[in-house]
Ligand binder design. Structure first.
Ligand code: OAD
Length: 247
């Protein structure tokens, strides 16, 4: 581990962590892009858009039911747990995740923005009421609300806006954080793809954790290449030693 990186992280006053599908890869959840990525076998516009859902809710829900069955068996991995430890180490901490799998919350992280929603939540297409739906597999596809209307997953599809509370919280922390660790994202989906540059523009320090270079590597102050389940626990261990915190 690069000592300079640890020294700089140890001085952080306000830490922002951003995660993408890569953090959950070691929990057995497929990522979207890359060799085994989900979008290799499925067309995003057929499955993750409002148009697709309105045209064919069964197909969209069948795909999500399949993803829910994988996520339902998954457990937080050492990368998720290390991020929880980072939360406990810094007074000002926020996690922005693009993941809809809920694994960060299951690892105990409290200060979290699920900017693309959560696959365990559903929203009534008539009343907009949001509730949890934990059935695996779903009892009926598409699932229906008590009012009889079709339920949709409470996630952000391509072409949809991020909920304003999630954006407000994110922009607020982007203004004040001095350090960003960005983990396991290909950095191509907006708005999150622009966040590392915003932190840099505000004079902040950016560390990337990924198994391979991404567009973020070009602006990151340091890139730590490896599985997040290996790299993040190491970062935590070094920080603990540097700050004199017992495990
Ligand atoms: P991607 O699938 O685009 O990228 C996953 C990233 O994780 C890649 O850069 C991999 O190199 C990296 N990676 C894979 N395994 C890793 C590991 N063990 N440790 C560290 N890094 C690893 O996923 P996202 O960037 O999250 O949006 O995708 C962003 C959004 O695009 C998703 O939230 C989703 C998708 O379409 C919606 O559904 C709205």
């Amino acid at each position: 581990m690069n000592e300079k990186v640890v020294e700089r992280l140890a001085q952080a006053k306000s830490l922002l962590v951003i995660t993408g599908a890569g953090i959950s890869a070691e929990s057995g959840i497929p990522t979207f892009r890359g060799a085994d990525g989900l979008w290799k076998n499925y067309r995003a516009e057929e499955l993750a858009t409002l148009d697709a859902f309105e045209r064919d809710p069964e197909t969209v829900w069948q795909w999500d039911d399949w993803r829910r069955s994988i996520i339902g068996k998954a457990e937080p991995n050492p990368g998720h747990l290390a991020i929880k430890e980072l939360e406990d180490m810094f007074e000002s901490f926020l996690l922005i995740t693009q993941n809809v799998d809920g694994l960060h919350s299951r690892s105990g992280v409290k200060n979290i923005v699920e900017i693309h929603g959560n696959l365990w939540r559903v929203r009534c297409t008539r009343e907009g009421k949001v509730s949890m739906l934990m059935d695996i597999p779903l009892k009926s596809i598409p699932p229906k609300c008590d009012c009889g209307a079709v339920l949709r997953p409470d996630v952000v599809w391509f072409g949809e806006s991020i909920p304003s509370y999630a954006l407000d919280l994110s922009f607020n922390i982007l203004e004040q954080c001095d350090t960003l660790i960005v983990v396991g994202t290909s950095g191509v989906v907006y708005p999150v793809a622009s966040f590392p540059q915003t932190v840099k523009d505000n004079g902040g320090y950016v560390v990337e954790v990924n198994v391979e270079p991404t567009p973020i590597s070009a602006i990151a102050d340091a890139s730590l290449y490896g599985n997040s389940g290996d790299v993040l626990p190491m970062v935590v261990k070094w920080l603990r030693e540097r700050k004199g915190i017992k495990a």
